[in-house]
Ligand binder design. Structure first.
Ligand code: C2E
Ligand code: CA
Ligand code: CA
Ligand code: CA
Length: 278
């Protein structure tokens, strides 16, 4: 700050300080949360549009902090910066695999589970090791597991990342590109590694009936996925009309509030037992 503005300098310092304190508090609370098992996975159905059947679920983390439920956007970024995401992410993979193994055992064969990965989880190089261990521990077929990654993963360190993805894909683990269409515009990376699915970002899907531009983007992504022999999932489907329009355009799977918000595992199991939304 300039010398004639001593207060603005002072104010800035105080703001910085309290932001740092808040961040440190959050890190401390996250460490406790890991020790005390305060996390829970919710599951959101992935639906086959043509038959209105549940074919899988995406696992989405929740934090029970006292009486509050904290959404991931409020703590994942700090967990990433602090490295705590490694432990949280490992827990999420183990928990999701165990749950999916349970679905197979009670007769819901072929119902897959998708887990979100942070780019940070590729840094240590031990991701394939703990993914394989998690699968083995519960006897889950690797083909039942899908890992969701984002385009930002390919901006730097691509070889290190590609290699780990390759090792897991070889064993049958599936990879989906999350939030597709919002990130890195160079699509070259798609031809260099084994993704099996594009998840069309909900920012295009939610308004597609009202907005021609967004409908064109959705349509282009669907066409591209078919040309490249990738599966596609539309996220953020909130009403039946959007679901039907997506299906008409050649989209195969959908997720969204139209079918269900993410729900605790028991509630998901009830949805699964009803099996179809028809
Ligand atoms: P995402 O992977 O793109 O997940 C989709 C988000 O959209 C979820 O928010 C979901 O609840 C919400 N959603 C689903 N259907 C609809 C809909 O029809 N309309 C609208 N408006 N929203 C819908 P959520 O659960 O709060 O998760 C936010 C983000 O946090 C996720 O975005 C993901 O990037 C991240 N995340 C969640 N769980 C994990 C995790 O275990 N590990 C990591 N690294 N990230 C996670
Ligand atoms: Ca996701
Ligand atoms: Ca596979
Ligand atoms: Ca997404």
């Amino acid at each position: 700050a300039k010398e004639d503005e001593p207060n603005s300098h002072h104010f800035y310092d105080k703001e910085m300080e309290s932001a740092i304190v808040r961040r440190l508090d959050l890190i401390t609370d996250l460490k406790t949360a890991i020790e005390q098992n305060e996390f829970e996975l919710y599951y959101q159905p992935k639906v086959h549009l043509a038959t209105n059947t549940i074919v899988g679920a995406e696992a989405l983390i929740r934090w029970h902090k006292g009486n509050e439920i904290i959404p991931p956007n409020a703590f994942i970024p700090v967990a990433e910066e602090s490295g705590l995401i490694n432990e949280i992410g490992k827990w999420a993979i183990e928990t999701a695999c165990r749950e999916c193994a349970r679905w197979q055992k009670i007769g819901m064969k072929g119902v897959t589970v998708a887990v979100n990965l942070s780019p940070v989880q590729f840094k240590r190089g031990n991701l394939p090791t703990y993914v394989f261990r998690a699968l083995q521990q519960c006897g889950l077929d690797p083909n039942m597991l899908e890992l969701e990654i984002t385009e930002s993963l390919f901006i730097d360190n691509a070889d290190h990342v590609k290699q780990q993805i390759h090792v897991m894909a070889e064993k049958g683990v599936n990879f989906a590109i999350d939030d597709f269409g919002t990130g890195y515009s160079n699509l070259n990376y798609l031809s260099h590694f084994n993704a099996s699915t594009l998840k069309i970002d909900m920012s295009f899907v939610r308004q597609m009936l009202q907005n021609k531009q967004q409908q064109h983007i959705v349509n282009a992504i669907i066409k591209m996925s078919r040309v490249m022999d990738l599966e596609n999932v539309a996220e953020g489907v909130e009403d039946e009309q959007t679901a039907r329009e997506l299906q008409a355009q050649g989209c195969v799977y959908g997720q969204g509030y139209f079918w269900s918000a993410p729900v605790p595992r028991d509630k998901f199991l009830r949805l699964l037992k009803q099996h179809t939304y028809a």
